[in-house]
Design a protein around this ligand. Structure first.
Ligand SMILES: [Zn+2]
Length: 100
């Protein structure tokens, strides 16, 4: 085990945070399907994102979370989580298929 999974977008080990969101959608048969969607915060892919960018910049500068910045960073992460766009289930499956 190497810890965090590598980023499925850039295929590097640049993932800073991983968010698991319960997800419910209706499939083509009209049945409700429940699953978990993972949203990754990647230092490479999300550096230019207006919400994730500041978090990436923080880690680039400090390396890890400093105790005096915990509240500030938690707020930024929550803001990112609120804005995080969920990939469609079929896209999620496609993006992870290569890793299995
Ligand atoms: Zn990436």
């Amino acid at each position: 085990m190497t810890g965090d999974p590598p980023c499925p977008r850039c295929r590097t080990d640049s993932v800073l945070a991983e968010l698991r969101l319960p997800l419910t959608w209706t499939n083509a048969s009209g049945n409700e399907v429940r699953g978990v969607s993972e949203v990754l915060l990647c230092a490479r892919c999300d550096a230019g994102d207006p919400v994730a960018g500041p978090i990436v910049a923080y880690f680039a500068m400090h390396g890890s979370v400093r105790p005096e910045h915990t509240a500030e960073l938690a707020r930024a992460l929550r803001h990112w989580a609120d804005r995080a766009r969920l990939p469609r289930p079929d896209e999620t499956e496609a993006s992870y298929r290569g890793d299995l």
